[in-house]
Design a binder for this molecule. Structure first.
Ligand code: ZN
Length: 465
């Protein structure tokens, strides 16, 4: 609940709070303009509305925003294919929902009127692994549509039989020990539907013998699967450690990163922490990679590229902050950032520091466009990851250092995160320029506390998601 609240608060904070539908009307007007910059404003407004619609679970707004993004994107020749396909599936879902509604009301009507089907299911019997459905007349194979719906993530297998031109007078219960659920119902006025639902795969075959439909479920197979299948191979455990993590120690080689008091270099501090996070996660059984395993220069794009190549589940970039002048006495604390199009002053200042030389020659238009391609699901997942890391880092540090400041979870345009195809977070482990924090950051004990916090945060994220 708190997490959701933080996500919403962050998003609301970062977007203009004007009424969504007023904004939508404004964007619609801007879109009609012949002026390119008006069209671009409309495009950006639609994207903001789109994110808001996701957070508010407002499917109507989402559909309008998607339409707007696609239309304005096409005018501006921006590649909006991802949104296009999402729009298509959203529209499909809407049509399906309407059809289902219609089918339902039809079904209700038909109960009162009279079913048009000629076949009626008279009785059913189990004979060992065979379910025999007896109708009042001859059945044809052509009347039967059989298909499966498999959702491996939910561990649900559904086997569906639709029998055209058939009806039942009342829905019987068809229990079978080895199968989670069997449902039989009048799906439409003229279609009888039988669904076998199970958490394990079933071997199903069927045949028609005159007025009988015989469905065979291979029970031997079920039994072996239940005994030796996923249960024994993956005994119940709290965490699924079959995950890949890429840890990125910021800077390196010719790029020292921030420089603190006593000329402490960011690249060294963050490398020590990254290595420790690597060791902890590795010991816990995760697949872990580091973008650099020594003091060497690695381009920002190569860092995320590596994560993409390894098909990493998450990418965590580790950095330390520094400020100059008087503020150095005050600025302290740990912060976690996730990539978003937000250009708040605070985020831009930190991002400016971390966005190193190898992207400075990218022109503004390219940068803007990059930010416009951010995928909202990745933003939300990255936000969750940032929250878990931030919480765990503070908890771990405060066990020994009670005064550590919470810089919070923030969003910003960090180029090191842009290319990542997975949830990605940038952690600022503290201020090298602060008198106390700067000293601590070079201390092994403090580094180990932070590393443990980051590793725990990553694990917490995997448990929660
Ligand atoms: Zn840095």
């Amino acid at each position: 609940m708190l997490r959701l609240f933080v996500v919403i608060a962050l998003l609301l904070f970062s977007f203009c709070s004007a009424n969504d539908y007023t904004k939508l009307n404004k964007a619609n007007t801007l879109l009609k303009s012949k002026n390119k910059s008006d069209q671009f404003r409309a495009y950006n407004d639609y994207k903001d509305l789109y994110l808001r619609s996701i957070m508010a679970e407002d499917s109507r707004l989402r559909l309008h925003a998607l339409k707007g993004i696609v239309e304005s994107g096409e005018k501006l020749r921006i590649d909006v294919s991802e949104y296009e396909s999402e729009l298509a599936s959203a529209q499909r879902k809407q049509t399906e929902a309407t059809q289902k509604q219609q089918a339902l009301s039809h079904a209700k009507e038909s109960k009162q009127i009279k079913l048009k089907s000629s076949l009626t299911l008279q009785r059913f019997d189990w004979k060992d692994s065979k379910l025999i459905l007896k109708f009042n007349d001859k059945l044809s194979l052509k009347q039967i549509k059989y298909f499966t719906l498999i959702e491996p993530k939910k561990e649900s297998f559904r086997y569906v039989f639709d029998i055209e031109g058939a009806q039942i007078v009342e829905s019987p219960t068809l229990n079978k020990d080895s199968i989670d659920e069997i449902k039989i119902s009048q799906f439409t006025p003229s279609t009888l539907r039988i669904v076998f639902e199970n958490s394990q795969k079933l071997e199903i075959s069927y045949k028609v013998e005159l007025s009988r439909l015989i469905i065979t479920i291979d029970e031997n197979d079920i039994v072996t699967q239940k005994m030796t299948g996923s249960y024994y191979q993956n005994p119940p455990k709290k965490t699924n450690r079959d995950k890949t993590v890429v840890i990125d120690a910021g800077h390196g080689g010719k790029d020292p990163g921030a420089i603190g008091a006593k000329r402490v270099q960011e690249k060294k501090v963050v490398f020590a922490i990254a290595k420790e996070v690597y060791a902890i996660l590795k010991a816990r059984g995760y697949r872990v990679y580091m973008t650099r395993d020594r003091d060497t220069f690695v381009k920002l794009t190569e860092r995320t590229q590596m994560a993409n190549e390894k098909s990493a589940d998450i990418f965590v970039s580790i950095h330390a902050n520094s400020v100059a002048g008087k503020s150095a006495e005050k600025a302290c604390g740990v912060e976690s950032y996730f990539l978003s199009p937000s250009r708040s002053e605070r985020a831009s200042a930190v991002a400016e520091k971390e966005n190193s030389a190898d992207i400075s020659d990218m022109n503004m238009f390219v940068k803007e466009n990059f930010l416009n391609f951010l995928n909202h699901r990745k933003i939300i997942a990255s936000n969750k990851l940032a929250i878990d890391i931030q919480k765990s880092m503070l908890a771990s540090l405060r066990k020994e250092y009670g005064d550590v400041a919470d810089g919070g979870v923030r969003e910003g345009p960090f180029w090191v995160l842009v290319g990542a195809q997975m949830p990605a977070v940038l952690v600022e482990v503290g201020f090298l320029s602060h008198p106390t924090e700067g000293k601590r950051l070079s201390d092994e004990r403090y580094q180990k506390r932070i590393s443990l916090g980051i590793a725990n945060g990553i694990e917490r994220y995997f448990i929660n998601n």
